[in-house]
Design a binder for this molecule. Structure first.
Ligand SMILES: [Zn+2]
Ligand SMILES: [Zn+2]
Length: 244
């Protein structure tokens, strides 16, 4: 009841509880800063220089232009058309994503959506996606965390690029798996095999899908999702992530 009153009186509960300090260094924020102070923002390892257009890996090129990295040239990922990553998974970005996923700082999804969309707009590819698909969480995992971090990202990306989100019931996680982070690269593919299922084909068929996740490590999870979606008639599957 009390919470409802506050929500009505002061806007959303999220705004009410969002701290007026930088989430990374606790410095008081100025009027124009939101969530993160300018100093911490400048220290984030955002991908702004040349990178591989297929996998988003930062690379050095002579002319400063984007070009395929060595790995994508030799063995391009057949399941993922392109990867858009906002940052590298290191330093303050690693800390920020940890706050988001494990310390319930759910409001950070707005910030992450913003930096992912910045990257999409820089590449001029807003109109190449028909549908946002978050990597599904098993319901037991979702209950444990309280939210699906990828679906939260989709909710904030969707209005910024005008792309709808797939209904939760259309693409599901049907099997509980050991968290990938606890496994080595070789066991990850086997662990995730058969963990996802398309339940409502009509949403997937003929769509250019943007699969959304927080971080990319070995690509086993996104690869398996993509395999299922392409198997259900998706036209293409790309990947949008906060960091790689
Ligand atoms: Zn700060
Ligand atoms: Zn590459």
């Amino acid at each position: 009841m009390i919470q409802k009153f506050f929500t009505l009186a002061f806007g959303s509960a999220v705004d009410l509880f969002y701290p007026p300090q930088c989430v990374l260094c606790n410095k008081a924020l100025t009027g124009k800063e939101k969530y993160i102070c300018n100093d911490c923002f400048d220290s984030l390892p955002l991908i702004s220089g040349p990178h591989c257009p297929k996998c988003s890996r930062p690379i050095r090129t002579r002319n400063g232009e984007n070009q395929l990295c060595g790995i994508c040239r030799i063995q391009p990922d057949k399941n993922i058309k392109i990867t858009v990553a906002a940052a590298e998974y290191q330093g303050l970005m690693k800390r920020l994503i940890h706050l988001y996923k494990y310390e319930r700082q759910q409001f950070l999804s707005k910030f992450f959506a913003h930096i992912i969309v910045e990257q999409i707009k820089k590449k001029n590819i807003e109109s190449s996606f028909d549908l946002l698909v978050p990597i599904p969480l098993h319901w037991t995992r979702k209950r444990w965390r309280g939210f699906n971090q990828a679906r939260e990202l989709c909710r904030n990306i969707s209005p910024l690029i005008n792309v709808p989100i797939v209904p939760e019931s259309a693409f599901c996680r049907v099997r509980r798996t050991t968290p990938q982070v606890q496994l080595n690269a070789a066991s990850r593919t086997a662990n995730i095999r058969g963990a996802f299922a398309v339940r409502k084909n009509k949403y997937i068929k003929d769509k250019n899908i943007a699969l959304v996740d927080d971080v990319y490590t070995t690509g086993a999870t996104s690869g398996e999702c993509s395999r299922m979606l392409l198997g259900s008639g998706a036209k293409s599957v790309s990947l949008l992530i906060i960091a790689r």
